[in-house]
Design a protein around this ligand. Structure first.
Ligand code: PAF
Length: 256
């Protein structure tokens, strides 16, 4: 496996897994899926300042480069790309505006976040020219917005990877206290035990350490509230435990 900073040393047409590092088993599964699509798997590690709301949040983001490179090597990755900031954001690089759904849910709670995400992802695609790119369904709103700007790059959706108690894997989970970590299981447990929005909200309310931001059933396409004739409904949840923002979602049974 090669670790490179210069995009000129990377194979275009590859399968691409963009990350911000602090890699865990969820990322490893993206790498394994990438391997099914190309001999050449490129993983980028770049903590994108544009998608953080504050300098404090950016500084708090975990950075574990040595462990990240080791994990990538163990999962068939052929190239780790550590792009210098100046290559991604040359002077006056424009910030893109993410699609309409970027104003809702995660975007409402984190203004500008999705503009930062689509700007960096489009820049990665323009520099690297991958054939496919793998994105996890945990960040479902991100996935939908990336699909809108993907152009020729084929986006592969990867399922959420969960801890034994159901908690969706995330780089943020390590910031939870032991009590907070135990409490966090309520999110997935409520998602999988509920068939209606009111059941979901009631189940989440049973955990006093969780402050719910939203717990909604939405139409997967529009992100508007799901109704009786919605073909593809997804239950989505976000909230805070110990000040750590956690998100999760579940695709509900589809109407044919
Ligand atoms: O999901 C992430 O880790 C980031 O949002 C991404 C896609 C790597 C862009 O910085």
């Amino acid at each position: 496996m090669k670790v490179v900073t210069d995009v000129g040393q990377l194979p275009s047409g590859c399968a691409f897994v963009p990350t911000m590092g602090a890699l865990h088993a969820g990322h490893a599964s993206l790498m394994s899926i990438a391997k099914e699509h190309s001999e050449n798997v490129v993983v980028s590690i770049f903590v994108n300042p544009l998608q953080f709301e504050s300098a404090e949040d950016l500084a708090k983001y975990p950075r574990t480069p040595d462990a990240d490179i080791e994990l990538a090597a163990m999962h068939g990755v052929t190239h780790v790309w550590l792009p210098p900031h100046a290559d991604i954001y040359p002077k006056d690089h424009p910030v893109l505006t993410a699609g309409q759904i970027s104003q809702l849910y995660e975007g409402k709670s984190r203004p500008g976040h999705f503009d930062g995400v689509v700007t960096v992802v489009r820049r990665f695609f323009d520099l690297l020219k991958p054939g496919t790119a793998i994105f996890g369904e945990k960040d479902f709103q991100q996935l939908k917005l990336v699909e809108e700007i993907a152009g020729d790059v084929k986006i592969i959706r990867a399922p959420i990877i969960r801890e034994a108690d159901g908690l969706a894997m995330s780089s943020r989970n390590i910031r939870l206290t032991p009590e907070g970590r135990a409490a966090a299981a309520v999110i997935s447990q409520a998602l999988f035990a509920s068939e209606t929005e009111s059941e979901l909200r009631k189940a989440l309310a049973s955990q006093p350490l969780l402050t719910v931001d939203y717990a909604d059933f939405i139409d997967e396409e529009s992100f508007l509230p799901a109704g009786g004739d919605t073909a593809h409904t997804r239950a989505i949840v976000a909230g805070w435990i110990n000040g750590v923002r956690l998100i999760d979602n579940r695709q509900m049974v589809q109407r044919s």
